[in-house]
Design a binder for this molecule. Structure first.
Ligand SMILES: Nc1ncnc2c1ncn2[C@@H]1O[C@H](COP(=O)(O)OP(=O)(O)OP(=O)(O)O)[C@@H](O)[C@H]1O
Ligand SMILES: [Mg+2]
Length: 338
């Protein structure tokens, strides 16, 4: 008789963050503003979790609640099993926080001095603080800047120091609010690789609020799409793409013309285009509902005197996933910032 033994049974994920029916309302002059409504979320140990949403979605409000800086209006949230409202003192030592809009510390003190200062707020021994400063600055690529005063550092290096500060207390979970916003590609990439290393090699849980699709797509194990205070979807980027249930047809056509007419065709649910003026070619991305639509789009384009040089299929991007759930793209939604 064959007995099948599962040698590595899949471990049930351990929830490090549990949010239940969370609501947060702000009183404003005009009345009430609901920043979070019926939010339910679980974040698992060792994962990079992305909270993806446009301006005013409620991302920072949720991070402020989870990091004990703000109380919920109703509902509950726990971090490492501690209630953020009732056991804030127990939550604080096990978390780290870093925000893209934050200052890393005191301008007239060196990066090293700042990190030592913050380590002392957690009661870390000098020896341990030195060790962590050396490790973090190495991983984040600012060892050479450690003895420079903060005001002398570029935006990118200042942000690296801010991120290091979020990890100085060896936290179980780190909350990051737009960690790479406004940074150049190299710095953003260094930070993302650092976050991956922290999650995958050190088992730390990373919670990132972002409206950066690259971040969601490249480093997050799971993402929650949030808009107007509500979580609209939560899954792995791959599973969310499947849920879109549509394909993207990319066409290179010329000469470029307005492509609004494509949007009006049956079976097309979205169109975007970029134009290469030098080559007089447009790359058009068309979100189609089924295979038959492509031939019709091609006919319409040729009927308008355009030539289709190439066409291929792609899976939807996270931005297209976002458009499906939110009903509009990020660029459009930027304008509704509060
Ligand atoms: N202190 C406050 N007083 C009044 N309203 C507030 C306050 N903080 C946040 N809000 C409102 O709550 C909503 C959510 O804001 P929040 O800052 O959490 O969004 P966000 O997703 O972080 O946006 P962004 O991408 O712009 O940072 C917005 O409508 C905002 O105006
Ligand atoms: Mg915010």
């Amino acid at each position: 008789m064959n007995v099948l033994i599962d040698l590595e049974p899949r471990r049930k994920p351990v929830a490090v963050v549990e949010v239940r029916d969370l609501r947060r309302v702000f009183k404003t002059k005009k009345g009430e503003s609901v920043a979070l409504e019926r939010v339910d979320l679980d974040v698992h140990e060792g994962e990079i979790f992305g909270l993806l949403g446009p301006n005013g979605a409620g991302k920072t409000t949720l991070i402020r609640i989870l990091t004990t800086l703000l109380l919920p209006s109703s509902g509950t949230a726990t971090v490492c099993g501690f209630d953020v409202a009732k056991e804030a003192q127990k939550v604080r030592p096990v978390i780290g926080v870093a925000s893209g809009s934050e200052r890393p510390g005191y301008d007239f003190i060196t990066a090293r001095g700042n990190l030592w200062f913050f380590s002392q707020l957690y009661g870390i021994s000098t020896e341990e603080a030195k060790k962590r400063t050396a490790e973090l600055s190495k991983s984040l690529g600012f060892s050479e800047q450690l003895d420079k005063k903060l005001y002398m550092l570029s935006t990118g290096y200042r942000q690296r120091v801010t991120i290091a500060r979020g990890f100085i207390n060896d936290p179980k979970i780190v909350f990051m609010d737009e960690p790479t916003s406004g940074l150049d590609v190299i710095t953003a990439r260094t930070i993302r690789l650092f976050l991956l290393e922290q999650a995958k090699e050190h088992g730390r849980t990373i919670f990132i609020a972002t409206h950066n699709m690259v971040e969601g797509e490249t480093i997050c194990d799971r993402v929650a799409i949030i808009d107007k205070g509500k979580v609209l979807a939560c899954d792995t980027p791959a599973a969310l793409k499947k849920q879109v249930g549509r394909q993207v047809v990319v066409m290179e056509v010329g000469p470029p013309q307005p492509f609004h007419f494509v949007n009006a065709l049956r079976g097309v649910s979205g169109v975007s285009s970029t134009i290469d003026n030098e080559r007089e070619i447009a790359t058009v991305r068309i979100l189609v509902e089924d295979d038959g639509v492509e031939a019709q789009v091609r006919r319409e384009m040729e009927g308008k005197g355009m030539k289709v040089y190439a066409s291929w299929k792609q899976e939807p991007t996270l931005e297209e996933v976002f458009i499906k759930f939110v009903g509009r793209g990020f660029e459009e939604s930027e304008g509704i910032a509060s």
